[in-house]
Design a protein around this ligand. Structure first.
Ligand SMILES: Cc1cc2nc3c(=O)[nH]c(=O)nc-3n(C[C@H](O)[C@H](O)[C@H](O)COP(=O)(O)O)c2cc1C
Length: 322
């Protein structure tokens, strides 16, 4: 499969594994890159610049293919400058950024050849990213897992709108879990897809607790909720006792002080790492309704490619009228 995204990133299939806080480490990233997509490790989940260096070196030992380092720069105002320096020193060729104005981040990359992807959730953010020099934008619709836009626009409307508004390649994200979604995204004008939730329920996502993976495969499309809307940072998670508690606190206008213990990274990790369903929360998108297995990443790519084949055959049958 050839698109401007595969050309830009030097990958076989236009499939990108989303940055996944506290889940996207070397094992997953290398498996995705080895399968022909673009794997990513998530810098801000690592405790220090040196830990990032070690993780990058681990990916390099596990794959010779392109991979990326993701920076969620809005996270808790944590400094990321030292980590960007490490990525440059380690010869990382692709980075992605989300959660804030990418300008200072891009300034640090001046004079390098590093490809820059920006994850956005609105048309104006995509235009801004292009203006600042992004090589491609990933655009996440309201179906997606984790942090979302404030405008509640679904992938099917947002993607073509962004495609019309920028010249650089667009990568569709949010609610895509299979080859049918990939073909639909290409039909909308995107040149690749990014998937987050789908990659959590894989064998190589070794940091995700089995309770979290099982919850993803059992959940229906109605089993996620958006929390933190009252703080201006809406994000989609699996519905469970903790998100119920968060939503009732939000209804009572508890504010950040009232919510912080429930929405912290620590509470997140109680579910996703420790499997404590009643004590933590886990991000996930509406695509959970379509996820039914925990394959290896290689098997997942095989399924996606056979779905793509099926989708094209179906479209051809419709076109030819039989
Ligand atoms: C558990 C989880 C953690 C996430 N953490 C990050 C992150 O650290 N950085 C980032 O750029 N995106 C993050 N995202 C967003 C994903 O990269 C991607 O945009 C989103 O998952 C797409 O929607 P989908 O889950 O329906 O595939 C996260 C998503 C999930 C589900």
């Amino acid at each position: 499969m050839k698109t401007r995204v595969t050309e830009l990133l030097g990958i076989e299939y236009p499939i990108i594994q989303g940055g996944l806080a506290y889940l996207a480490y070397a094992d997953l990233a290398a498996a995705v890159s080895n399968a022909g997509g673009l794997g990513q490790i998530t810098a801000m989940s690592l405790p220090s610049p040196e830990a990032l260096r070690a993780e990058i070196q681990r990916v390099k030992q596990m794959t010779t293919r392109p991979f990326s380092v993701n920076f969620a720069i809005g996270q808790h105002g944590r400094p990321y400058e030292e980590m960007v320096k490490v990525a440059i020193e380690e010869g990382v060729k692709i980075v992605s950024v989300t959660g804030g104005n990418p300008k200072p981040f891009f300034d640090m990359l001046k004079g390098t050849n590093i490809k820059k992807l920006v994850l956005v959730a609105a048309t104006r953010q995509a235009q801004k990213a292009e203006e600042l020099g992004a090589d491609a934008v990933m655009v996440v619709g309201q179906e997606g897992g984790g942090h979302l836009g404030r405008d509640d626009i679904g992938t099917f409307v947002l993607v073509p709108q962004v495609v019309r508004s920028v010249q650089i390649p667009v990568i569709a994200s949010g609610g895509i879990v299979d080859g049918l979604g990939l073909v639909a995204a290409l039909a909308l004008g995107a040149e690749g897809i990014e998937m987050g939730t789908r990659f959590i329920a894989t064998k190589e996502c070794v940091h995700a607790h089995p309770v979290y993976k099982e919850a993803i495969i059992k959940a229906k499309e109605t089993d996620t909720v958006i929390i933190k809307r009252s703080l201006g940072t809406p994000a989609r998670a699996l519905k469970n006792p903790i998100t119920d508690r968060i939503l009732s606190l939000e209804a009572e206008e508890a504010g950040y002080e009232g919510l912080k213990e429930y929405i912290s990274g620590e509470t997140n990790r109680k579910l996703i790492h420790e499997g404590k369903w009643d004590e933590g929360f886990g991000w996930a998108g509406q695509g959970v309704g379509l996820i039914e297995d925990i394959p290896s990443v290689k098997e997942l790519f095989e399924h996606i490619l056979s779905d793509v084949e099926r989708a094209y055959q179906r479209l051809n049958r419709i076109k030819l009228g039989y």
